[in-house]
Design a protein around this ligand. Structure first.
Ligand code: HEC
Ligand code: HEC
Length: 324
């Protein structure tokens, strides 16, 4: 059964994720679809798996432990904390609107959600699972084996576990941000200062990197184009180089989505910025060689606050929609 999930207000505005992604490629910025088409049975099964700590070795972590859905689908920590006491992870990215990213992880090391999900399950620092252990557990749970047989003709297997989880991840869409309503023609959805922030975002050139339907998620760029060539931070993450082993990719990272950015602090791959004000100042200086006036920075932050959408009809994080 195919149905519309992630329903917001007007389902008549729905479009499929495929169409939306195609629009995102050509338009500099585009609103999220109000709903996406996913198989409801697979999404429900994927959600059950996402919430279940028994998917991790020793049952210490569920996906939701680090990607809580009422808090921007990220844990709010500087870096993700492994339950297995090993070396620190990077800052946890939000899982909202991941269907509209073209690369996953800060180094873009995965290009499909299924592959990224398998990496999360098997990574010793994340879920620390092995396929035989996981399939044996799911097969021994009557509820799971029944749900897999109902949702898939070939029942429980590795591909279907990954497909169910990825189907749920693709359903994590947060439509109806005030900025999206503005893009759809509701000119009063932004006030004058937010609109000024949007103009700055465009004319200063933030939009050259943070573009498409997710305002990011589709490019790689150096972090720190202007200023010192030495890292301005103790962090020495090689970024994209870890994947390509190309010297030119040292210090290059995926440009992240800015959707729901007001509820996904702290920021950057190493969580170095605690507030949006700090993140915007760092971006203006290091990516564009500019110093923002306090008024312009404030307007930019106010604009970024309009990118917070709704999950299952409720505003994500703390922001409440204004009544006008
Ligand atoms: C211990 C915390 C933790 C747990 C548990 C966890 N994740 Fe993550 N997740 C992270 C971190 C940290 C990253 C970023 C990794 C990187 O860039 O190196 C990430 C990245 C991701 C991404 C990439 C998102 C993007 O746009 O780049 C996806 C998708 C994802 N996780 C899905 C899952 C799923 C599905 C599960 C459960 C099977 C899961 N995660 C469990 C911490 C966690
Ligand atoms: C040349 C490309 C480029 C430009 C221009 C650019 N950014 Fe970025 N932005 C990036 C990259 C790359 C990252 C990820 C850096 C990292 O953590 O490794 C990023 C990260 C961010 C983050 C942190 C998001 C998060 O979830 O951690 C914010 C906020 C942001 N940018 C806002 C802006 C604003 C506002 C502007 C304009 C003043 C801007 N950016 C201009 C490439 C760019």
């Amino acid at each position: 059964m195919v149905a519309l999930v992630g329903l917001g207000l007007a389902s008549s505005l729905a479009s499929t994720s495929g169409q939306a992604a195609a629009q995102g490629l050509t338009a500099p910025l585009a609103p999220l679809p109000v709903a996406v088409e996913e198989n409801t049975e697979k999404v429900a099964l994927g959600e059950k798996l996402f919430l279940d700590p028994r998917l991790s070795h020793q049952g210490r972590n569920a996906c939701v432990s680090c990607h809580p859905l009422d808090r921007g689908a990220m844990d709010g920590k500087i870096r993700g904390e492994s339950a297995y006491g090993s070396a620190p992870l990077r800052n946890t990215p939000s899982l909202f609107n991941v269907a509209f990213n073209y690369f996953y992880n800060w180094d873009g090391g995965a290009t499909t959600l299924e592959y990224q999900t398998e990496k999360a399950l098997l990574n010793p620092k994340i879920m620390n699972m092995k396929w035989p252990e996981l399939l044996a557990f799911l097969g021994a749970e009557p509820e799971y084996s029944r749900a897999f047989s109902d949702a898939y003709p070939d029942g429980l297997n590795r591909n279907n576990v990954l497909n169910a989880l990825a189907s749920f991840e693709r359903s994590l869409v947060t439509p109806n941000a005030r900025f999206d309503r503005y893009l759809r023609g509701e000119k009063h959805a932004l006030d004058a200062s937010e609109e000024h922030g949007y103009r700055l975002f465009t004319v200063m050139g933030c939009v050259a990197c943070h573009q498409g339907i997710n305002l990011g998620g589709n490019l790689f760029q150096r972090f720190g184009i202007f200023g010192s060539s030495k890292p301005d931070h103790e962090d020495v993450d090689a970024g994209r180089y870890e994947i390509t082993r190309d010297e030119g990719d040292r210090g290059v990272f995926r440009v992240p989505s800015l959707r729901n950015v007001a509820v996904t602090a702290p920021f950057f791959h190493d969580g170095r910025a605690a507030t949006l004000e700090q993140a915007v100042d760092i971006m203006a200086q290091r990516q564009l060689g500019r110093v923002l006036s306090p008024a312009d920075r404030d307007a930019m932050v106010r604009f970024l606050n309009t990118l917070t959408g709704e999950y299952r009809g409720l505003p994500e994080g703390g922001e409440r929609p204004r009544v006008r």
